[in-house]
Design a protein around this ligand. Structure first.
Ligand code: UD1
Length: 424
């Protein structure tokens, strides 16, 4: 397993180009199963989860052609369509479940393994009950059989319905939107997630002739169409990667130009960083951010659905709050066990107390290098940033988590002044 050896502290200066959004590209790729015609997708991030999704599509019979250093793909259906999504492909990536609905919608059958992904929810795991019950309402029938496989089918096309999600879920919203576009009649979804990645999926599907529109703040209406046409779509920039580099600049008195991303999508995060003392200017697709001499605390940070503060950036902001002057807190409202990295940050000198879904962070920490282990994707980025800001050598192990979602994070950080070496 690869490790990162980080020598710190480093002041980060220069320009960073943000990659395409992983969380936007994954549902877009899954929804290509609904097409008969070729689809071109651009600005794919070169990360492990995208490889996994492309391998999954290949295993289901799609032909994948790469261009532009694998950042652009053309996906074409072949005559060898398959309906089986195996455990070996879904075990590392939760988004793999998103092939279930499109397969049933287009071909009326599929067998899909329960998915894996980051462990963020303690003993409750990461359920897919919202996905399954909503698809059931559209007419999908399913049984869970030996080996953790979902056997699903429908009698003919799925049928448009009005339904309301009990909890706001990004994945379930995306899954139901893509599964409804070829159904008979009108589907109205209430309590839909409005994350930019949901909007990007809708823009992609509409670019291919789907009929999806917002008819209320969290209400989406989908009128079924018979087929989708060819399209060429560019995935939006990754807002979590952009937020990570904004924190990296703020943390280390840095001075970064962050490009290739719409800054208005992370307004909440940028406003918070301004409160910590960062100087921020935004122009079109660029954020210019300068870190302060002294980081001001954020008294209470609370994770929420968009446009609230994103759960995925909470571990990254925790690193910043460790260095802030005085005590801050983070309340995690989306996932139960999102504080696994806190223990590891303590190895670097952090003082953090966890009580249920709240972390109290003492602040004024000068990180000292140590050996740490990442527990999930965003935790690994948090540990890397702490390592860049720590005095001495930090070794971060299990960085396969990081490789799932951050494109060449060590190369991008080294280019702006960090010292990170990958050990195989
Ligand atoms: C997506 C993102 C992830 C992000 C999360 C919340 C991807 C690939 N991943 O994950 O990075 O942290 O949104 O912004 O886009 N829930 C249920 N039953 C379900 C589905 C979800 O109870 O069937 C619960 C979850 O346990 C969680 C909450 O709903 O407590 C929100 O999860 P959800 O929005 O579904 O997260 P993901 O789509 O898995």
């Amino acid at each position: 397993m690869d490790k990162f050896v980080i020598k710190g502290p480093s002041i980060l200066k220069g320009q960073v180009l943000i990659s395409g959004s992983k969380n936007s590209a994954l549902p877009i790729l899954a929804s290509t199963l609904l097409f008969d015609k070729p689809v071109v997708i651009q600005n794919l991030p070169r990360v492990r989860d995208i490889d996994t999704m492309l391998n999954l599509l290949k295993s289901l019979g799609s032909k994948i052609e790469f261009f532009n250093n694998k950042k652009k793909v053309r996906i074409t259906k072949t005559k060898k369509q398959k309906y089986f999504a195996s455990y070996s492909l879904l075990k590392t990536m939760r988004a793999g479940i998103l092939v279930l609905g499109p397969l049933v919608s287009k071909y009326q059958k599929s067998i899909v393994s329960f998915p894996g992904g980051c462990v963020l929810n303690g003993n409750s795991g990461r359920p897919i009950n919202l996905h399954l019950s909503a698809l059931q309402k559209l007419g999908m029938k399913y049984k869970i059989k030996k080996g953790g496989y979902i056997y699903a089918k429908s009698n003919g096309k799925l049928k448009g319905k009005t339904l309301k999600f009990q909890t706001i879920s990004v994945g379930a919203s995306q899954h139901l939107i893509m599964s409804s576009i070829l159904s008979n009649g009108k589907t109205t979804l209430h309590n839909v997630a409005t994350e930019p990645e949901v909007v990007d999926l809708i823009n992609f599907l509409n670019s291919a002739g789907a009929n999806i529109k917002w008819v209320g703040k969290r209400i989406c209406q989908i009128i079924g169409v018979n087929s989708l046409k060819e399209t060429n779509y560019t995935v939006m920039g990754d807002r979590i990667e952009a937020g990570t580099f904004c924190v990296a600049a703020t943390l280390n008195k840095g001075n970064l130009l962050i490009k290739g991303f719409d800054p208005s999508l992370i307004k909440t995060e940028l406003d918070l960083l301004k409160k910590t003392g960062a100087k921020i200017k935004t122009v079109e697709d660029t954020i210019h951010i300068k870190g302060p001499q002294k980081i001001t605390k954020i008294k209470h940070l609370v994770t929420k659905e968009y446009s609230g503060f994103p759960t995925d950036l909470a571990p990254i902001f925790m690193v910043l709050l460790c260095k802030a002057s005085g005590r801050s807190s983070i309340t995690e409202n989306i996932f139960q066990s999102r504080f696994m990295h806190a223990m590891e940050l303590q190895r670097l000198g952090a003082k953090i107390l966890i009580k249920k879904n709240k972390a109290v962070i003492e602040g004024n920490t000068n990180f000292i290098g140590a050996e740490v282990m990442s527990s999930d994707l965003r935790a690994s980025a948090a540990l890397i940033l702490a390592g860049v800001s720590a005095k001495g050598t930090t070794v971060v192990s299990r960085i396969y988590h990081c490789d799932r979602g951050y494109e060449s994070i060590e190369k991008k950080l080294n280019k702006v002044g960090a010292s990170i070496r990958r050990l195989n």
